[in-house]
Design a protein around this ligand. Sequence first.
Ligand code: PEP
Length: 256
Amino acid sequence: MRKKIVAGNWKMNLNAEEASNLVNGVCTALENIKLDESIHIVFGPPAPYLPLVKSMIPSILTETALVAAQNCHSEPKGAYTGEVAASMLSDIACDYVILGHSERRKYFKEDNELLNKKVQQALANDLEVIFCCGESLEQRNAGVLFDVVKDQLTAIFDLSEEDFKKVVIAYEPVWAIGTGVTASPEQAQEMHAYIRKLIAEQYSEAIAENTTILYGGSVKPANAVELFANADVDGGLVGGASLKDADFVDIIKAIV
Ligand code: PEP
């Protein structure tokens, strides 16, 4: 059975005190929600707060509540001032790394070739990858949304089967990120089913069935239930609504 995941991407937000309050609030609520082993709740703080967040997760939740970095470098080490290597994330017991987010593609010009190297680094260092893909509004309106997503997935389609099993896909239409506009459940399901079909063609039906595909883009408590009800939507990657414990918890409840 494939994993269900609700992951929060905090982006460059919160300070240490706010981070502590948020994690405390969510973990306290989680202790009262029945979560089976197939569910992961992931906090994605800015890199300096990863150890703090990890240390705040109570032992009863260590299998369920995990942490994600928002980036890693494409090289193992060296003269890359300001960068963080995948091995360093692994060293501080980070569980996941988010790669290919549209903000990194846009502001840091990350392309398929670079992302492929980052994914390889992450997997070589025992991190699981949340790999983001998604089309812009212009691309959707031009009818090339499926071609765009297919092209973005080529960055991970040369992975071995064993490595690919450690990748979670997050479909995040760019026009829905941080805009308050959410893909309809039908739009999300259509793309998720397409992604799963591509995985089946590239790897196998069994691998496609076991791959977790998250939806991201203005997920909130008001729309999470209907989004997560789709057969191919296995949870969400949540930006803005992951910064408030009550909202994040309500979204988590939608996956249970
Ligand atoms: C994101 O940044 O991954 C995201 C989905 O943001 P938001 O939920 O705010 O649209």
